[in-house]
Design a protein around this ligand. Structure first.
Ligand code: ZN
Ligand code: ZN
Length: 397
């Protein structure tokens, strides 16, 4: 084991070599203090070598461990308490490359998220389509993206030489949350809010500003909360990644049909897992956070389960996992249309006659006793949940 004992002179030289700007400070130290360092420098790689101090550009890793002592009461009093040294050399070039790769990954994932959001917005571009989407689900994702944007921007400011790379990643995250998710949030809010007649634009604008201030209030409050909870980062991320749950609950309560596009569900789950998997699961990540595979698997399973439930709701109906007995009585559109069975009735949507002698699945009867073709009414209900003839509200199909 190579053991080195250095006097203050040695320390001063090595510091001056690396950071000439701090010369005045070390000179001050030299005036009053006599510092002793007892440190052990060991090479991390397997090759055996003599003591080599931390040299920039050297591609092998070194570890330094030891104690720095300034003897007490040297004229003006104590200069230094004892300081434990524990340092690992860093290959800055490889480190920077890693960080750049990370920002490229974030940029690419954000780009994919933009495409997925466009796909989803097309999927629910009607009023009743947007009303089916949970505003909490989009809001939670928007807040997560806002935090990622801020974190990347902060990283860019801290590591000046990587500002461009981090700023690009932050900019893409900014586009995702401020343009797409906020716009979608607005569309959902507008769709879920019943329009009242004779309502002035003034009231609407006031409610809108309440919505915005609530979003930014939660954002700012969250930053303060996260600052205090930084020791519990992993549980906090776990809570943040429950963003599909509001949609699952909304689906069950309102019994909505296909609110989300399957691509959006799968794509968002995968792209959102990329960053935590990189940070907590990649052994050579640039943040040098300890790998925690168990936590990564838990997070993946947690999000995977949520998206699986959503996908099953998409294909088998929103309440597939709730036993039929527990469900409230549901209106059946395929009931017998008795009263006027003898008369020929027109479907007001497509203006052709409905043939009652056919299979009863071919026509639907509303609670207000109006009859339509099943295909016509289902297409109509995707846009509006009111009867085409008398405009009374329709129960979910
Ligand atoms: Zn029809
Ligand atoms: Zn009607």
């Amino acid at each position: 084991m190579p053991i080195g004992v250095f006097s203050s002179q040695v320390l001063q030289e090595s510091i001056q070599d690396k950071r000439p700007r701090k010369k005045s400070l070390t000179n001050d130290i030299e005036k009053h203090c006599h510092i002793e360092i007892a440190a052990q420098v060991s090479q991390i790689s397997s090759r055996q070598n003599a003591i080599i101090l931390l040299i920039d550009g050297n591609h092998e890793l070194y570890h330094l461990e030891g104690l720095m002592e300034g003897p007490a009461m040297d004229g003006d009093g104590e200069c230094f308490p004892s300081i434990l040294l524990n340092a690992t050399s860093l290959n800055t070039e490889a480190y920077y490359n890693k960080a750049v790769n990370y920002t490229l990954m974030v940029t690419f994932m954000s780009f994919l998220q933009v495409l997925l959001l466009i796909r989803q917005m097309e999927h629910s571009n009607t009023q009743s389509g947007a009303a089916k989407v949970s505003i909490l689900m989009i809001g939670q994702q928007a807040i997560m993206d806002a935090y990622l944007c801020l974190l990347n921007l902060t990283a860019g400011i801290l590591v000046e030489s990587l500002f461009n790379a981090f700023a690009t990643a932050a900019f893409f995250k900014f586009v995702v949350f401020s343009i797409f998710e906020m716009r979608y949030l607005l569309a959902i809010w507008k769709a879920s809010r019943p329009l009242q007649n004779g309502e002035s634009w003034e009231i609407m604008r006031r409610e809108l500003s309440v919505l915005y201030s609530r979003f930014y209030g939660i954002l700012l409050g969250g930053i303060l909360l996260l600052y205090h909870l930084h020791n519990f980062l992993r549980p906090v991320i776990f809570i943040m990644y429950s963003f599909w749950i509001p949609q699952i609950v909304t689906n069950v309560i309102r019994d909505t049909r296909k609110p989300l596009h399957p691509y959006y569900i799968i794509g968002m789950s995968v792209t959102r897992l990329a960053i935590p998997f990189y940070i907590f699961g990649c052994p050579s990540n640039f943040l040098r956070i300890e790998v925690d595979n168990y936590w990564c698997i838990c997070l993946g399973v947690f999000l995977g389960l949520q998206s699986l439930i959503l996908l099953l709701q998409h294909y088998f109906g929103s309440r597939w996992f709730i036993p039929r007995q527990m469900l409230p009585e549901k209106y059946c559109y395929y009931r017998k249309f008795e009263s006027y069975a003898s008369q020929a009735t027109d479907c007001v949507i497509c203006m052709t006659t409905i043939d009652f002698t056919e299979n009863s699945n071919r026509y639907m009867v509303t609670p207000c006793d109006h009859c339509f073709h099943s295909v016509c009414l289902q297409r109509w209900m995707d846009i509006k949940m009111e009867c085409p003839t008398c405009r009374r509200a329709l129960p979910p199909a």
